[in-house]
Ligand binder design. Structure first.
Ligand SMILES: [Zn+2]
Length: 324
């Protein structure tokens, strides 16, 4: 007998797909803002996987990854349940901002409170009505503003199981990063969920390479968990050959204000002392080199053509000496 499962008041029956529109909060105009949640259950019981994007409303590339998974019907499981929330922060997505309409960062509002601020209330709803039912979470993000993250998986320290899943995902970089207080990841991990955080691309941008790594990574994980079985003749994914694991990274900051040109390639190694970019005035008199103080891999580059002194312009990860 398959287990009885009720999510958001809906009985989730084997072999069925549901699109549930929640409207837990309204805008100040009293307009309802619906957050579509797509739940698909196989006839065979198995793990429950949650794919979420757009916790930050301007991080559209993650939305595109989850959208493609639904559009290609990759979210129809062979075993277990797949829940897709392509746009968690519909409020921010509507007006292309990172925050909730109350100005709060939803990803700093978890686990939330039943009667808190709008963001806190939504976080509480998300944890209790959705995350509660799942075993695995993959959450999609991009760099903020102009900062373009090379596709990477971030995981918490000291969890070999999640580390193996991160490797299976197949992105080139796996980065151990401590959980931010009140983040969705911290709350989900504290509730015993296995969480992969995908970072790729920059806000308000869709990059086909980032999307491909995200979609193929999900398929790799779903197959490894036994949630999807792909016939060998139609393997729709490939793995990045080289994988690099990090537990340490450093931001290189602009040493002057001005126009900025990068001289390095995202995702590639750099040496200590290498010139990574130039900052100039607009007139042709001033030019300053930015050198990397460390050797490592570039995992994020600022694409802004104009920077202020102190702005983060490149994120360099230092390879972990023990790679497993
Ligand atoms: Zn984000």
């Amino acid at each position: 007998m398959p287990k009885k499962i009720t999510i958001l008041g809906e009985k989730i029956l084997p072999g069925k797909t549901y699109q549930i529109k929640t409207d837990i909060a309204r805008l100040h105009t009293r307009t309802k803002v619906e957050v579509p949640i797509i739940i698909s259950r196989a006839k065979v019981d198995g793990p429950c996987v949650l794919l979420s994007a757009g916790i930050h409303g301007d991080e559209v590339n993650g939305v595109e990854i989850v959208r493609q998974i639904v559009a290609h019907k990759y979210n129809i499981p062979d075993a277990g349940i797949i829940i897709c929330v392509p746009v968690v922060n519909v409020f921010g997505f509507l007006i292309k901002t990172r925050e909730f309409p109350d100005g709060k960062d939803l990803n700093r509002s978890f686990p939330g409170a039943k009667n808190g601020s709008l963001a806190s209330k939504f976080a509480h709803f998300f944890m209790n009505e959705i995350v509660e039912h799942v075993d695995y979470c993959i959450d999609f993000h991009t760099g903020g503003d102009y900062r373009f993250n090379y596709p990477q998986i971030r995981i918490s320290d000291d969890d070999d199981y999640t580390f193996n899943l991160a490797k299976i995902f197949g992105a080139k970089f796996v980065k151990y990063s401590s959980e931010r207080e009140k983040s969705y990841r911290a709350s989900a991990v504290a509730s015993g969920k296995k969480v992969l955080l995908f970072e790729g691309g920059k806000s308000l941008n869709i990059n086909p390479k980032v999307t491909e790594v995200g979609v193929t990574g999900v398929l790799n994980v779903l197959e490894a968990l036994g949630v999807k079985n792909f016939p060998e003749s139609h393997t729709p994914f490939k793995e990045e050959k080289e994988q690099v694991v990090f537990n340490e990274s450093k931001w290189i900051r602009a040493n002057a204000s001005g126009m900025y040109r990068s001289l390095v390639i995202n995702g590639e190694p750099i040496e200590k002392g290498e010139v990574i970019g130039l900052i100039t005035d607009p007139y042709g008199f001033f030019e300053k080199k930015i050198k990397s103080p460390i050797s490592g891999y570039i995992i994020c580059l600022n694409h802004s053509p104009i920077v202020n002194q102190g702005d983060a312009i490149a994120h360099v990860a230092i390879e972990n000496i023990k790679t497993n």
